[in-house]
Design a protein around this ligand. Structure first.
Ligand SMILES: NC(=O)c1ccc[n+]([C@@H]2O[C@H](COP(=O)([O-])OP(=O)(O)OC[C@H]3O[C@@H](n4cnc5c(N)ncnc54)[C@H](O)[C@@H]3O)[C@@H](O)[C@H]2O)c1
Length: 286
């Protein structure tokens, strides 16, 4: 199976990672976001990441930054998506923002095009209902940072067909990645569990049981985790954590998913984690 051109929608934390990975694997990529400022920042981040990767990995042959960037077409216009075979959508984790994007994609993308939904928690069956091609909609929950993570949680929605699952596997194989295919329920496997852990860790800090650093120390030192839950939250983005919890809370109608008030307060204050320079920790170079 070959993919001549891929659409990547949203150029934030995840869209940047997906576009970089695609371009470094030799795939032509159309990268769409709402304005050119976001796209310029995304291309700069990709260039920095490619340079840093080359510095850290001197033994491997690395293509020049210009070659990698040359495979990415930034756009605020949907017209170039008429030529793509596969789309990875990575816009903000809010159904009200994602839904109109799918209406536009459905209208412009060719009939054979598969839509891969990169979401933390939104049901894939729900997203598929926003299109006229529900059999060609599949969940593709990439991990962050995308180029370094070789396993992807792939979600089969109610109508997702077997050929779509095979296309998703082939797409991931082209990126050197493997899939674990799971059935659709909000949050899937990873975030149904992880979001509860992160949220409870925020409650622990809110209740002054321990500092964020001590919470993370316990998970790393006692359980052997590479990162603690609050470092993970900063990496994901505290806004994305909050929106994911809101989706889970609304989807299951279960109070166990209610977001910690401290999390809401931090997001309101603009503390979105690494991407904003401050979350539970400070990131002076961001
Ligand atoms: N951050 C993570 O670790 C992570 C991991 C897996 C999945 N996800 C999921 O990936 C998706 C994106 O998350 P992120 O962390 O990249 O968020 P982000 O906030 O960093 O980026 C979202 C991007 O979407 C863009 N956007 C907003 N409205 C748009 C529209 N109408 N059309 C096109 N672009 C639009 C924004 O300008 C922004 O650049 C979310 O659904 C999230 O749940 C995130």
């Amino acid at each position: 199976m070959t993919f001549s051109k891929i659409g990547v929608i949203g150029a934030g934390v995840m869209g940047v990672g997906v576009a970089q990975d695609l371009a470094q694997c030799g795939l032509q990529t159309v990268l769409l976001d709402v304005n050119t400022g976001v796209l310029d920042k995304a291309l700069k981040t990709i260039a920095d990441n490619v340079r840093l990767g080359a510095m850290l990995n001197r033994t491997a042959e690395t293509e020049p930054v210009e070659t990698v960037l040359g495979r990415i077409t930034p756009t605020v216009d949907y017209a170039p998506l008429a030529a793509v075979d596969f789309v990875v959508e990575n816009v903000v984790e809010k159904p009200a923002i994602k839904e109109p994007v799918y209406h536009r994609l459905d209208a412009v993308c060719p009939p054979h095009c598969v839509f891969a939904v990169n979401t933390s928690a939104i049901s894939i069956t729900r997203v598929a209902g926003w299109t006229n091609r529900p059999a060609q909609v599949v969940g593709m929950h990439f991990m962050n940072p995308v180029p370094m993570k070789k396993l992807v949680e792939v979600i089969r929605g109610f109508h997702t067909s077997d050929p779509t699952i095979e296309t998703a596997r082939a797409f991931l194989a082209a990126l050197g990645k493997k899939a674990v295919v799971v059935n659709d329920m909000p949050g899937f496997v990873s975030n149904r569990v992880l979001m509860l852990t992160v949220n409870e860790a925020v409650f622990v800090v809110q209740d002054q049981v321990a500092s964020a650093a001590d919470v993370d120390k316990i998970f790393k030192g006692c359980f052997g985790h590479k990162m603690g839950p609050l470092e993970t939250a900063d990496l994901i983005g505290l806004d994305t954590i909050l929106y994911s919890l809101e989706v889970l809370y609304e989807s299951y109608n279960d109070p166990k998913f209610r977001p910690a008030p401290l999390l809401k307060k931090m997001v309101d204050a603009g503390l979105h984690g690494r991407k904003s320079g401050r979350g539970f920790y400070q990131y002076p170079n961001m």
